[in-house]
Design a protein around this ligand. Structure first.
Ligand code: 26V
Length: 791
């Protein structure tokens, strides 16, 4: 392959050529299974599920593909004989950061699991030229740089020009009656965009299934090349900007036109290509819902609903009732957040000028909804739930009204949707609501990321767990086996030493692998309460300053977090953490008992390094705010002990491991809602009445922390004077007590390792294999591997 690609032999080649040669080899190795999977699906006319997601946060693919093809060890050994270190060449691959965080990574775990469980399920999204920005710290401030992940090419994708489709924007539309009596639209002055698919094989683990991730790229249609040169360049740039860059703000929705273009672009391209493929099988459009399921990952692809309606009405000439029936049966929707500021709503003007025909259809869906509900529900409820209201199109309402299934992503989250956030809808459509607790793939997050642990588990219980993760429960038999517990400790120590090397190399910070590695890795958001973590660190610092002999086990606090570029407060928190790190890491009197490591540019590849080295998993969001969380599952699977509020999937983790093996603290969701109701939370009182907390908070404004006066003052004010929206001060004491408990438990190695073991043993249910099987069964009604485990 090296000779074919680069006309050189191994001895002459460098890492980059070796990487691309191996990548090409792997791709051709799976090519046969890719086409035979497609052929099989076609021949058997199997129902297909399409997971529509704005984001797929894949991470590097080489090792994952080798593992799933069952050739990881063979290839590693073969390369070694040639004097090549596989670990070195996998680093060459760009990490495609085509997602913001949990939602995008979930989509990546799901497509891996669908292929593994032999579910005919594919991803549909956008081939962003630039992924989520690269984060750098300059003087402790976050600076964003472009992430040009395609710069050196992408071995995994295949451009399929023959499957390109056209997506139209703008223009005027009017309906005219045809001779057959159909009302069909006429368009004038539309802007046409060519959507070109790039397909990536998604390889199942230990089977012959290869599904497809189809990502669309926006290009200028060929006929437009004939115009005046400068108009051509301008138009090309305008069109190509559609698939240029992923929006990096996952917390605060802004009604940007380009974002709306992106949403319609991949939705329309995806649905057109599904229908085209469906029709190739020679089936009648009337049976579409028997052969196609479309999943809407958050509201970003909610235009799937009017777009499918448009194609069924305008192209297939179905009547409204019939088309609507099919659409509802095809569509299903997952909600990923209750944070109201992230809810998408588009101004009517924007949507009606960009997508005139789609807007007509949305209006008609809304009109019929109001009309139908008038006899059944109060006007108040109808007004609160209708799609078009207050000059906006509410995307969540569209998604709910147009889908047969609406799910939350953890039991608690689903309960809150039913009882609070979407209560009106729950009363209207009770049977549509269901829960699907998130999951993670054990292949990337254990078998690949933590090879020593994989080996130990295999030694103890065999390898059935690799296919059926709940088999990890067998590890419980070793809970009192000192030898196993010690081996577990040794593995953690090795992983920590490994990570410590990285930290020294990348950040020039020396950390002691015998310290507690305390990890909080997730997007920076006020509700996730990185600040609570920081206030506790400051408390420890003050304790040590007052009495250097304060008896605590040395700790390394590890943060990884990107802030949305426009989220000023989150950026201030980053700066503050970095300033506190400067202060503590360089204070000799602390005697290395505390270290803060804020990893730059946290993403999938860094997560793979950090997670196996974690002792403590920080899951400390304000109860009710974190829909599920998935780093909590990854950390648990790697033997970290969770320190958590009863939020999202933490509740289910607690149920699995028992209260003795997780440290829970803080307000419950019920208490939070009670506070909202009676308005009785006054953060200032906590500042006034709690001297320890007061002393800690004062460090933000008294000059203790170097070079962060503005940030310290703003953050102090937000907590003490402006209401402390996420109850940080309320939960401070309980958090400190919980951290004390961690310190004490850690110093009893056997107890600690037993907790770690029980966490690993209990993590089985959180395999995304089970999650997608439940989607397949309960929502999509698609087939799966007959022996695939059920919970
Ligand atoms: C929202 C927006 C708003 C408009 C601009 C761009 C953008 C991009 C992403 C989002 C999604 C926010 C929702 C989200 O990521 N939720 C997370 O989903 C995880 C998977 O279900 C879950 O584990 C996390 O708890 C939840 O915060």
């Amino acid at each position: 392959m090296l000779t074919e690609l680069y006309s050189m032999d191994v001895a002459q080649s460098e890492d980059t050529e070796q990487y691309f040669a191996l990548g090409n080899l792997v791709r051709s190795y799976c090519a046969k299974n890719w086409s035979s999977t497609n052929r099989l699906y076609m021949k058997k006319e199997k129902k297909q599920a399409y997971y529509f997601s704005m984001e797929f946060l894949l991470g590097r693919m080489l090792k994952s593909n080798l593992l799933n093809l069952g050739i990881l060890e063979t290839v590693r050994g073969g390369l070694k004989e040639l004097g090549i270190d596989l670990e070195k060449i996998v680093q060459i691959e760009a990490d495609p950061g085509l997602g913001n965080g949990g939602l995008g990574r979930l989509a990546a775990c799901f497509i891996d699991s669908m292929a593994t469980c032999e579910i005919p399920g594919h991803g549909n999204g956008i081939r962003f030229k630039y992924g989520l920005f690269k984060q750098k710290f300059v003087n402790g401030y976050q600076v964003e740089l472009p992430e040009n992940w395609l710069q050196n090419g992408n071995v995994w994708e295949t451009r399929r020009m023959n499957m390109a489709v056209t997506v139209s924007f703008y223009g005027k539309v009017w309906l005219e009656e045809t001779v057959n009596g159909y009302m069909l639209p006429h368009y004038e002055n539309t802007e046409r965009v060519l959507a070109v698919p790039y397909d990536t094989p998604i390889i199942g683990y230990g089977n012959n299934t290869v599904n497809t991730l189809r990502l669309w790229s926006a290009e200028l249609p060929a006929q437009d090349e004939a115009m005046d040169y400068w108009s051509y360049i301008q138009r090309r740039n305008r069109i190509e900007s559609i698939s240029e860059v992923l929006y990096p703000d996952d917390s605060n929705y802004e009604g940007r036109l380009l974002r709306l273009k992106q949403e319609y672009f991949f939705v329309s391209a995806g649905i057109q290509s599904i229908i085209r493929h469906y029709k190739k099988m020679g089936l009648s459009i009337n049976h579409l819902a028997e052969k196609v399921a479309i999943h809407i990952n958050d509201t970003h692809p909610a235009l799937c609903i009017p777009e499918l309606m448009r194609l069924l009405l305008d192209e297939e000439h179905l009547d409204w009732e019939h088309a609507w029936n099919i659409t509802i049966n095809v569509m299903s929707y997952t909600n990923h957040t209750i944070m109201s500021e992230a809810l998408e709503k588009w101004p009517i003007d924007m949507i009606s000028s960009l997508l005139p025909r789609v807007y007509q259809i949305i209006s008609e869906i809304d009109r019929r909804y109001v009309e139908k509900m008038a006899a059944l529900h109060s006007t108040g409820k109808i007004e609160r739930t209708r799609i078009i209201e207050g000059g906006h199109v509410k995307m969540a309402h569209l998604a709910i009204i147009g889908s047969h299934s609406i799910n939350g992503v953890a039991k608690l989250h689903t309960a809150i949707l039913k009882e609070k956030v979407l209560h009106d809808f729950f009363l209207i459509y009770p049977s549509r609501f269901n829960n699907k607790t998130n999951g993670i793939t054990q292949r990337r997050w254990l078998m690949l990321a933590n090879e020593p642990l994989r080996e130990l588990i295999n030694e103890k219980i065999g390898n059935d767990w690799e296919k059926t993760l709940t088999e990890l429960k067998m590890l419980k038999a070793f809970r009192n086996d000192e030898e196993t517990l010690k081996e577990l400790a040794e593995i953690k120590r090795i992983n920590k030493a490994h990570f410590a090397e990285y930290v020294l190399d990348a950040l020039k910070i020396e950390v002691d692998p015998d310290a507690i590695f305390d990890v909080q890795i997730k997007r920076l958001h006020a509700y996730k309460r990185q600040l609570l973590n920081l206030l506790h660190i400051l408390k420890l610092y003050l304790d040590l300053k007052e009495d250097p002999k304060t008896d605590i086990h040395p700790r390394v606090f590890i943060f990884g977090a990107k802030a949305a570029p426009s989220y000023t407060y989150a950026k201030e928190i980053i700066k503050l953490i970095n300033s506190v790190a400067e202060l503590i890491n360089h204070d000799a009197s602390i005697n290395n008992k505390l270290k803060i490591v804020f990893i730059e540019n946290y993403g999938v590849s860094l997560a793979e390094k950090i997670i196996p080295a974690a002792d403590v998993s920080e899951q400390i969001s304000l109860a009710s705010k974190e829909a599920s969380g998935t780093s909590n599952m990854k950390l648990m699977l790697n033997g970290a002990v969770t320190l958590a509020t009863l939020d999202g999937a933490n509740v289910e983790i607690r149920d699995r491991v028992g209260s003795e093996n997780i440290i829970i603290f803080g307000l419950t969701d019920k208490e939070v809602y009670q506070y909202y109701q009676d308005g009785s939370y006054h953060s200032h009182d906590y500042y006034e009445n709690n001297p320890v907390l007061q002393r800690v908070l004062n460090t933000l404004i008294d000059g203790t922390i170097p070079d962060a006066e503005t940030e310290g003052r703003d953050i102090f004010n937000s907590l003490v004077n402006y209401g402390d929206e996420y109850f940080v001060l309320r939960d401070f004491d309980e958090y400190v007590a919980a951290q004390k408990k961690i310190d004490k438990l850690y110093r009893d190695p056997l107890t600690w390792q037993r907790m770690a073991l029980i966490n690993i043993a209990g993590a089985g249910v959180f395999s995304s294999d089970y999650t997608v099987l439940q989607y397949a069964n309960d929502i999509w009604d698609v087939a799966y591997r007959p022996d695939a485990g059920e919970l």
